[in-house]
Ligand binder design. Structure first.
Ligand code: GLC
Length: 540
């Protein structure tokens, strides 16, 4: 059984990590060039976003063949080499399994479209009602989630883009096909799987939703547990680490999916904490984040998940989210300090931390200024939707600049002059250039070296790995703070989320400072400086 509390996952968005052949698109050989950099950071597992053949409508989340490598990323030999070379440096590989839907270019879907009823049963083909789609549900990328196929006089379901057709997991053959894919990659030495939007796989009732956009009919459906248990029993085991991406779920459900007794998943990603800058639940708004909501969510999830025996994936960044430093920190006045403070949050909580490419060098948002710079299908759709809703060009661009997924997808900044590709990158560089990886490596006080120290600390601290979480200073409007307590050790973590000083009313006489994001220590002071983070240990 792997000890999840000792794992630290690094997420690579292959398209933007390192281009080895000058075509402007990152690739597997590019990743190979940086394995030493990753190993010296101290991470134990590398999660790669999809690298399978795909029309790239949704950057690889529209898979047309699950057991091959898209030539734009390299070859199967490159992948095998990557697995071996990572393993030699003590890192495992985790692949992304997009099993809620396939690309409409997948051979199963092509056969279904050509009239093969066997394959039509792999998907949800349904008759419309009175000239309307089967239900009024909306796609997560905007518009109806049903696409009409005139030749069949039927609609098919796509919860995401219309080129991402949902698979019907009720069909046992579909489940068998998916297990074969897992076995294939295990045979190659892959040791982890990330399951894309996995709590959407059980669609029980196709009814119009008069209260919302359909989510409640397909989120955390009745069969999700049973399907996950079957996948695990037939195609996985204790040596494999799995993480499920959960859309709009609850603590109870996540704890259930990840409680080891239930034999479903190792851990789960949830997103409530990344919705604290939505206005009335609407992502596409230009709003500051609500700190108290964020802190209450951290506290609630950590305490309740532990009580229910579950395990969380800890993250503030991924390929679908704006950069945390621009979002919850200050990328103009306190870039390094706030990036380090946020690193302390991710790396000292209960769960398995995930670091997203570039986070460890303090990469900010893209700060794009024109729609021509965006590539993401969701952002491009919402550009039109927001304008249709009456927003001006300037307002629309300002909302996209805050919320677009492309914020996380700009090329990794390896050196002062970029260093991602010898050619024209598929997406522009972030407009705000902060220290590159090279500059980070040279500076002992850099964000990179702070991540390294946090990782070392985590690896040697039983309380950070396994301790109980006890929230403190719960009403403080500026500081997020907690104790991590286990029989042999007690840790206190204090994080000031603002650019102003924060007084702290705590007796820390018995504690000594382990790590702080300010070079000049002031461990006894009852005042946290702007974005200051302190990690202390109770003296024995
Ligand atoms: C997940 C992925 C996202 C993708 C979507 C549809 O949320 O992380 O990038 O667009 O699923 O597959």
């Amino acid at each position: 059984m792997t000890d999840l509390s000792r794992e630290i996952v690094y997420q690579i968005y292959p398209k933007s990590f390192q281009d080895s052949d000058g075509d402007g698109i990152g690739d597997l050989k590019g990743i190979l060039e940086h394995l030493d950099y990753l190993a010296s950071l101290g991470v134990t597992m590398l999660w790669l976003n999809p690298v399978y053949p795909s029309p790239q409508r949704d950057n690889g989340y529209d898979v047309s063949d699950y057991c091959a490598i898209d030539p734009m990323f390299g070859t199967m030999e490159d992948m095998e080499k990557l697995i071996q070379e990572a393993d030699r440096r003590g890192m495992k590989i985790m692949l992304d399994m997009v099993f809620n839907h396939t690309s409409t270019e997948h051979e199963w879907f092509k056969k279904a479209l050509a009239g093969d009823e066997h394959y039509q049963k792999y998907y949800f083909f349904r008759k419309g009602k009175d000239g309307l789609p089967p239900t009024n549900w909306e796609s997560k990328f905007g518009g109806s989630c049903w696409k009409y196929v005139p030749e069949l006089d039927q609609y098919y379901l796509h919860l995401f883009d219309e080129t991402q057709a949902d698979l019907d997991w009720q069909n046992e053959e579909v489940r068998e096909e998916l297990k074969k894919i897992l076995r294939f990659w295990r045979g190659k030495g892959v040791r982890g799987f990330r399951f894309d939007v996995i709590n959407l796989i059980s669609k029980d009732a196709f009814e119009d939703d008069f209260e919302g956009v359909g989510k409640r009919f397909y989120t955390d459906g009745e069969q999700v547990d049973a399907y996950l248990q079957e996948l695990r029993a037939d195609a996985l085991d204790d040596t494999i680490i799995t993480v499920g991406e959960m859309s709009a779920t609850s603590i109870e459900n996540c704890a259930g999916y990840t409680n080891p007794d239930r034999k479903e998943l190792s851990m789960a990603f949830s997103f409530h904490h990344l919705k604290v800058d939505y206005e009335n639940g609407d992502k596409w708004t230009d709003t500051d984040f609500d700190f108290m909501a964020l802190k209450n969510l951290f506290n609630d999830w950590d305490v309740k998940t532990e009580a229910l025996g579950g395990w969380n994936a800890l993250f503030l960044n991924c390929h679908d989210q704006p950069r945390s430093m621009s979002r919850f920190g200050d990328d103009v006045n306190y870039p390094d300090t706030s990036a380090k403070m946020l690193a302390g949050v991710t790396l000292t909580r209960r769960g398995t931390p995930y670091i997203y490419m570039g986070e460890e060098i303090g990469m900010p948002n893209a700060h794009f200024e024109s729609i021509d710079e965006y590539r993401d299908v969701e952002s491009l759709n919402y550009y039109d939707i927001l304008k249709e809703k009456g927003h001006s060009e300037a307002e629309t661009l300002s909302i996209l600049a805050r919320k677009s997924r492309d914020n996380a997808r700009t090329p990794m900044r390896w050196s002062k002059d970029g260093g991602f590709s010898g050619g024209d990158a598929w997406i522009p560089d972030a407009r705000r250039a902060l220290p590159s990886a090279e500059e980070n490596l040279q500076d002992p006080d850099s964000v990179y070296h702070y991540y390294q120290k946090l990782i070392e600390l985590r690896k040697e601290s039983p309380a950070i790995q396994q301790g109980t979480t006890v929230p403190i200073l719960e009403d403080d409007p500026q500081v997020y703070a907690y104790r991590r307590v286990c029989p042999d050790e007690e840790i206190v973590c204090l994080h000031n989320f603002f650019g102003e000083e924060a007084p702290i009313d705590l007796d820390l006489d018995d504690y000594s400072l382990l790590l702080s994001n300010y070079p000049q220590k002031n461990e006894t002071s009852g005042l946290l400086r702007p974005y200051e983070s302190r990690i202390l240990r109770k003296s024995a």
